[in-house]
Design a protein around this ligand. Structure first.
Ligand code: SF4
Length: 338
C-alpha cells in the first residue's frame, strides 16, 4: 500500500468526520448564541453526506493508510442512527480505532448502542462541575449531572472515556483543581485544553489562555504529578501521572506548544469538504465528486493530491501576522469538530 506524505513528510493516518453542523449547546468558544441564533441557517439534510457516502470515503481514506477515525460534529449524537454509521465503519477492514467527541448530553441514551456498534473511545467535553458556570459557558443548554451520567454509562458500556476541559481565564480556571480531583477519584483521564483561536466567532484573545505550565502547577500543588512518555508518536496531549500512581491527566497545549510536526490528521466536514488543518481557510469539495459519478480511483487521486501538497503548520507559525491574515477566514470549529 502506498504511503502518502505531505510537504513535511507527515503521513495521513487519522480522519475526523463531522456528521452534523448542529449542536444542542451554544458554547461561547464554538457556537456563541448571538451568532448561531434561531435564524441561523444550518445545512439542509440534502447537503450533508449520507452514511453511504461517508462509508465510501472512509474506504478510500483507509486505502491511503488511514487507521483511526474520529466522529465529531457539531454534536454528533444529534445525527439520527449514529450507531448504524459506527457499525458500517467498524466493518471496514483496516480501521483500527473509532472514537467519538461529544458534549455528553445524549451519551446516557446511546452509550450501549455505540459500544455494541464498535466504538472504542469517547471524549466528553465538560468545562466545569459547577452548574452555574457550566450553564453560562454552554449557553444555558445542559446540566452537569446529565453529562456525568453519560460519562458513567459510557464507562459501564466498556468505552474508554476521556474528559476534555477547555480552560478559559476568568471563566472556569477556578475549576481546574476541582475537576482534577473529581476525575482522579472516578479514575477517568481528564485532559485540559488551552483555549484556542479556532474559527472566527468566539472573540478569542491570547490573554484568555491559561498556559499548560500554569495548569500543571495548579494541579501539582494539590496532587503531585510527574510527566510520562506519550502513548504513541503524534499524541497531542502531554501526559502527567499522579505521583500516588492513581491515574493521570493530559494537557493539550495547542497555543503555548505546537505539534504540527507530527500532525497526521485530515478533517471532513458534514457537507463533505476535506480540510487538512484545524485552522484551514479553504477545503476541497469531495461531495461534488461523489455526486457527479466520479469513481473511487478519481476520488482517491484527488485526496492524494491534496495531502501531497499539504503544507499546513498553523500552530508552529502562529503569530501576529498569521492571526491577522486568517482573521474571519478560518473554518468554524462547529463545521469540523475541533
Ligand atoms: S495547526 Fe493544523 S497542522 Fe498544526 S497540528 Fe493543528 S491541525 Fe495539525
Amino acid at each position: 500500500m502506498s504511503d502518502l506524505q505531505d510537504q513535511f513528510n507527515r503521513p495521513l493516518r487519522d480522519l475526523r468526520i463531522s456528521v452534523t453542523d448542529r449542536c444542542n449547546f451554544r458554547c461561547r468558544y464554538c457556537m456563541p448564541a448571538e451568532v448561531f441564533g434561531p435564524d441561523y441557517a444550518f445545512l439542509p439534510s440534502n447537503k450533508i453526506l449520507t452514511f453511504g457516502e461517508i462509508e465510501r470515503l472512509v474506504k478510500i481514506f483507509v486505502s491511503l493508510n488511514v487507521k483511526k477515525i474520529r466522529i465529531t460534529g457539531g454534536e454528533p449524537l444529534l445525527r439520527r442512527d449514529l450507531p448504524a454509521l459506527i457499525a458500517r465503519i467498524h466493518r471496514i477492514e483496516g480501521v483500527e480505532d473509532i472514537a467519538l467527541t461529544t458534549n455528553g448530553t445524549l451519551l446516557k441514551k446511546y452509550a450501549q448502542a455505540l459500544a455494541q456498534a464498535g466504538l472504542t473511545r469517547v471524549s466528553v467535553s465538560l468545562d466545569s462541575l459547577n452548574d452555574e458556570r457550566f450553564l453560562e459557558m454552554n449557553g444555558h443548554r445542559g446540566k452537569v449531572l446529565t453529562v456525568l451520567e453519560g460519562i458513567e454509562r459510557a464507562a459501564e458500556a466498556g468505552l474508554q472515556v476521556k474528559i476534555n476541559m477547555v480552560v478559559q481565564k476568568g471563566k472556569n480556571d477556578q475549576d481546574i483543581v476541582t475537576m482534577a480531583q473529581y476525575f482522579k477519584e472516578k479514575q477517568h483521564i481528564l485532559r485540559f485544553i488551552e483555549y484556542m483561536d479556532v474559527g472566527n466567532s468566539n472573540g478569542w484573545n491570547l490573554q484568555d489562555v491559561v498556559s499548560k505550565q500554569d495548569i500543571i502547577e495548579r494541579v501539582h500543588q494539590f496532587y503531585p504529578l510527574q510527566q510520562v512518555a506519550p502513548n504513541y508518536k503524534g499524541e497531542v496531549a502531554s501526559r502527567y501521572q499522579y505521583q500516588d500512581a492513581q491515574g493521570e491527566i493530559g494537557v493539550i497545549s495547542s497555543v503555548t506548544d505546537s505539534f504540527c510536526s507530527d500532525c497526521s490528521r485530515a478533517r471532513l466536514s458534514a457537507e463533505g469538504t476535506l480540510y487538512t488543518c484545524l485552522f484551514a481557510t479553504e477545503g476541497t469539495d469531495l461531495r461534488e465528486l461523489l455526486r457527479t459519478g466520479q469513481d473511487d480511483a478519481a476520488i482517491r487521486e484527488c485526496v492524494s493530491k491534496v495531502w501531497e501538497t499539504r503544507d499546513d503548520r498553523y500552530s508552529d507559525e502562529r503569530n501576529e501576522q498569521t492571526m491577522t491574515t486568517r482573521k474571519n477566514a478560518k473554518i468554524e470549529m462547529s463545521h469540523i469538530g475541533g
